[in-house]
Design a binder for this molecule. Sequence first.
Ligand code: PLP
Length: 399
Amino acid sequence: MSEKFVYADHAATTAVTDTALAAMLPHFTRDYGNPSSLYRFAQEGKTHLEEARAQVAACLNAKPEEVYFTSGGTEADNWALRGVAELMALKGKKTGHIITTAIEHHAILHTAQWLEKQGYEVTCLPVDGDGLVDPANLEQAIRPDTILISVMAANNEIGTIQPIAEIGAIARAHKVLFHTDAVQAVGHIPVDVEAWNVDLLSLSGHKFGGPKGIGALYMKKPLRLPALIQGGGQEKGRRSGTENVPGAAGMAAALKEAVDHLPEESARLAALRDKLIAGLSALPYSRRTGHPVKRLPGTASFVFEGVEGEALLLHLDARGICASSGSACSSASLDPSHVLLSIGLPHAIAHGSLRLSLGAENTEEDVEYILKEVPAVVAYLREMSPVWDKEAQKPTWEL
Ligand code: PLP
């Protein structure tokens, strides 16, 4: 086992920052009152919850009353899609058409599939080889019965950033509600709900230095989705359950910290990312996945022909490098990632994927280490591989 440890999987989750932890701690042992209780002791918690809401809102250019806390990105995504469907049903439209993309996170894709079973029609837009949605194509897909467009702001596997403001303007012009899953974008690139023309936006605390188990759904006023979770009527009756005050305080502190340092930190990460991309895509039969420039500052992603992604991860783990192949949630399945297939990669090649996602604690030295270890592991796995022609030093297939 290696002495060296390099965590390069920040798109899966991040460490809670010191600032976020400091904001959370008092709410576990000192200000632990239930914000819904009436005595003054509990009202402290309520005050901090509202401060956290205002802080999150300010980081998105939203109003505090447009931010609803959830248990994370998955719940916010489910709520956005199912909530719009229910809202429209309440207005008399019992079925309708939803537009999304082929490369969304499963929180969106599986919810859309569930809605399909309830009678909704879903169009999954294709993406180009770099993972970009074509706004003109999206506009053509809009129908008189389209009730929602949901396009992710940045992809979790290949890092491609979508033209959200342009898509938002199209949605607005056609008077169709627009949701963006911004779980990978918030805290990593500038996010402005007004400039983006979004009606709904999902975010998740643990992707930018906040704790796990807290996220938010932004709902543009006067849009008000029906509750997904019923109960005691918290969050103005729209999201019941005792408020996660430590989570909200930690997430808000982490987000403010990330947004305050965004220009310097994203430039620093982008330089490290580009070094990884230049180094690893230069290996034979290897290439970058995702857009060359419209990509998240910390995300470098690749495919290596003749290599199996899972084996690559295990060997990197033995050398102290934490990385991912496809997304963390698809690591439970042996199917190649739907994202990599959607950008046009053949099955055989999509199996050999690697995502390295950098964050606050990563250094130049980490990048040097990765640039030394990944080529060594790729070469070793190819030597062992039945689909690698050792004489010719190329894959046995002709694609
Ligand atoms: N959407 C995207 C794009 C993600 O990357 C993730 C998590 O990986 C989610 C949604 C789900 O977020 P959470 O882990 O907070 O449920």
